[in-house]
Ligand binder design. Sequence first.
Ligand code: COA
Length: 216
Amino acid sequence: MVITIRNEEEKDYRVVEEITREAFWNLYTPGAVEHFLAHSIRKHADYLPELSFVIELDGEVIGSIMYTKAKVVDEAGDEHQVVSFGPVSILPKYHRQGYGRRLIEHSINEAKKLGYPAIIIGGFPYHYHPYGFMGTKKYDISMPDGKFYTGIMALPLYEGALDGVSGKIHFSPAMYPDETGLAEYDATFPPKEKRVLPCQADFEKAASEIDTNSYA
Ligand SMILES: CC(C)(COP(=O)(O)OP(=O)(O)OC[C@H]1O[C@@H](n2cnc3c(N)ncnc32)[C@H](O)[C@@H]1OP(=O)(O)O)[C@@H](O)C(=O)NCCC(=O)NCCS
């Protein structure tokens, strides 16, 4: 079995969106929006194609990760550039076999090589703690509402990279596409049933969980 990780190319766009749709369908909401995000994000100025990768298994694309610029704005209004990733997806039949780990670790190493100071993301802590991501409270970086959430995590990419970087994290507007075209776009894929599932409520709960840890 040959595993290849390489930058996404135009020929991968549709399959990446198909995989993203399959991976996220009914997971966080009935249906999914992440394939539309994958579709829209590439056109945005904050998108980082050099950090967007696909993973292939014997030549078949089975997963992808996409990066965008983000910034921490401090009290003085100074901006500190960081990067963020998402969506990241692996085709469901290949989950928990280490492919996501390979893809995420590869992208982290490439972000290091490119000299970025840190990656800041939103997601389930159990997905990202294995790579060293910690709640951004540790770095005194809050969401724009001033709150610290367990689901907002940072990974400094070199020693001291986040020393003196605190404030509010602003993810790119690319991460919040106008969903007007979503239904029409989704209709270009095979029909899939939208269902209300308990995992969606778990996500709602996790997404609003305040970080009560004290990071001494
Ligand atoms: C998240 C995702 C990309 C991970 O890919 P994957 O190939 O299944 O992950 P791996 O097998 O490489 O897992 C690496 C580690 O992450 C953690 N992890 C991954 N999925 C997990 C899960 N469902 N529950 C708990 N821990 C999990 C584990 O520590 C795992 O190591 P282990 O299997 O040795 O315990 C994949 O599950 C996916 O596409 N999910 C749907 C979309 C999604 O939720 N994306 C992330 C949005 S925040």
